[in-house]
Design a protein. Sequence first.
Length: 268
Amino acid sequence: MVGLSQEGHAPAFAAARARLGLIAALFGLAAIAWWSTADRMRGMDDGPGTDLGALGWFLGVWVVMMAAMMFPSVAPTVALYARMARRRAPLAPFVFAAGYLVTWTAAGVVAYGLFVLGRSLLGEQLTWDGAGRWLAGGTLIAAAVYELTPLKDVCLGKCRSPLGFLVGAWRDGVGGGFSMGLRHGAWCVGCCWALMASLFALGVMSLAWMAFVAALIALEKTLPWGRPVTWGTAAVLLVLGIALIAAPDAVPGMTVPHTMPEAMPGAM
């Protein structure tokens, strides 16, 4: 009897170890991505309106950033997917994660396009001494409002209830895993786009603000108190938005752009 019991539990233990190994691998990749991001972005934080560089360079940084910020919070979904798909497509969980990153890459292309378009149309009107401060603060306030909308609730629900998403969106095979990763990434973009816009408003090349936004995303997706957490996030974003407009120098860790050079002594 004991032998049969142990034999019956062996597959379950093996599956549990495999899931833990997958989660550890995702966290390991996230740690590597954080290290790589810190190395690439060193000395590049110019605060709100930081230049994004060429599209190819930006996308390289962006993909690594998304892996660093999102893999820890999406790990439970990938692990559950691995449990459901392990006998059909062993590589599917990694393909699922790849599809997830592809969706966020597309979101990065959109963000880059909006940034470049805004600069080309409005030019110097968006400098910090012009409308830049109001745009950055307004972005944070708008993000706070979005936290309280029904659309945010729906998208966050998909991220907080991975089983419901996986059952409803199930596709077999490696191609199915990629498709499901794309769809889950789309729900995640719907949930987190305003928080990512806040990162641009605070300084997209700031490792500290990147960690701050990543922490807000992880708390929203993992803590059991869904609605209170989003209300708390909204309150934090609202306070930051007001502070960015009223007293940006008082915001801890904030790099405030200065577009108007100080006059040199004796200059006319």
